[in-house]
Design a protein around this ligand. Sequence first.
Ligand SMILES: O=P(O)(O)OC[C@H]1O[C@H](OP(=O)(O)OP(=O)(O)O)[C@H](O)[C@@H]1O
Ligand SMILES: NC(=O)CC[C@H](N)C(=O)O
Ligand SMILES: [Mg+2]
Length: 512
Amino acid sequence: MCGIVGVISRNPVNQLIYDALLLLQHRGQDAAGIVTMLGTKCFMHKARGMVRDVFRTRNMRALPGSVGLGQVRYPTAGNAYSEEEAQPFYVNAPYGIVLVHNGNLTNAQALKAELFDVDRRHINTESDTEVLINVLAHELEQVALRSSGGSLPLTPDLVFKAVGAVHKRIKGSYAVIALIAGHGLLAFRDPYGIRPLCFGEGLNNEGQRDVMVASESVALDGTGHTLTRDVAPGEAIFIDLEGHIHARQCAEHPTLNPCIFEYVYLARPDSVMDGVSVYHARLNLGETLAQRVINAMPPTDIDVVIPIPESSRPSAMQLAHRIGKPYREGFVKNRYVGRTFIMPGQGVRKKSVRQKLNAIGMEFKGRNVMLVDDSIVRGTTSKEIVQMAREAGARKVYMASAAPPVRFPNVYGIDMPTKEELIAHGRSVEEIRQYIGADALIYQDVDAMKRVVAALNPKIKTFEASCFDGTYITGDVTAEDFATMQAQRKLQFDEEDSSRSRLALQGEEAPR
Ligand SMILES: O=P(O)(O)OC[C@H]1O[C@H](OP(=O)(O)OP(=O)(O)O)[C@H](O)[C@@H]1O
Ligand SMILES: NC(=O)CC[C@H](N)C(=O)O
Ligand SMILES: [Mg+2]
């Protein structure tokens, strides 16, 4: 996941995009970027780091124009430390296109070769987003050329035809926002609806209408926009420079299969995604988890329920309510340390858990505590936290996870490319319990998880839940694709690790 936003307005959009990116910061902490457009000229600033560090006043001043887009990046392809791979990406032909992407292409390497050999386009980074923008550029060029040799204006109809052709070539997950210079803002979502995308409208200070497209509704709410609806799977929305919204279904067989991990962990609880309140989904997960706890042990064995901040709070609260035990805040989160799961590299993640969370002794001393987390992925957080609870004087430390065991790699935009890194891969629940050092470990059930989230929107029949059930919803990820993606990520990790070690030897901090 990454956070993406695009705006068409009649007033400058630099501050509006900045504010929206801050609201999407939880979706990517590694790099941030904004492009604005004045006339047909694009202005770009992007760099590694969090939004507040990337944009200084001088950078904001250099982003004029009333149309623009932005991204916060959580890398799932290519190199986390490369500034070049920060988004937006730009190509100069046709028209001049800038693009931001949330998701992960599963056929990026094959497309890269095809773009070079057949379309005569060179890809200069390891980013799948650079592949995506080049496929879109090529297809736009083709539809423009086919319509009277490119002499006619680029109409929404032609843009939609190009998106239809893009859907046929690229595989995997993608929510995309692109600016076509001199024409407008294009947004589209993959035919499986894996990654989220929504749009809405608002009135600016002069009473004029803005249109905003974003990954999560929280970006619209927080900037004074009203959610119109989600972009449908396979659908494209084209907003022309007058602010008129054109929409068309561009995929042949679209189906809605939102990534269930968005509801578990990725999204902000105050967002509504594909008609489901993320907060409500987490309450429901806490409710069914409570039933699993009751089945596993008498609640009288538990003195207190303690969440592992931040994302597990709604589930832990509901669990406590359901089993009739007090909910207490036993860990304080340092608000200046980001989300550990989306940090690149296991070393930095591990160090960050202790920097981020600290125990309040009185909530643990002599008590049997039930710790609740939203998910256990690599086990980095739970192993440290169980130990911290013991150090704080807990008598028994039980652990419950609002998500089922994460046993399979993800190829659709969550950075867990290899099964070996997952604590639940090849281990029984009892073995995981021993590894994290808890006195009991209770997991959510896969079917119950799907059932209680789907209950909030009857239109959702299936989820992309591959990391829990091993079913890859696009159905076209071959063993070779897996191997290519894993090898490519491993190569990046090795390069990143060796550059970290080199810097450490020189007594310098590795870039973060
Ligand atoms: O088993 P692990 O590999 O440690 O991953 C799972 C943990 O990582 C996430 O927390 P994170 O600190 O990223 O974010 P949060 O503050 O939103 O909970 C998640 O909420 C779990 O606590
Ligand atoms: N998490 C994402 O959406 C990542 C987008 C893209 N695959 C990148 O690595 O930059
Ligand atoms: Mg957490």
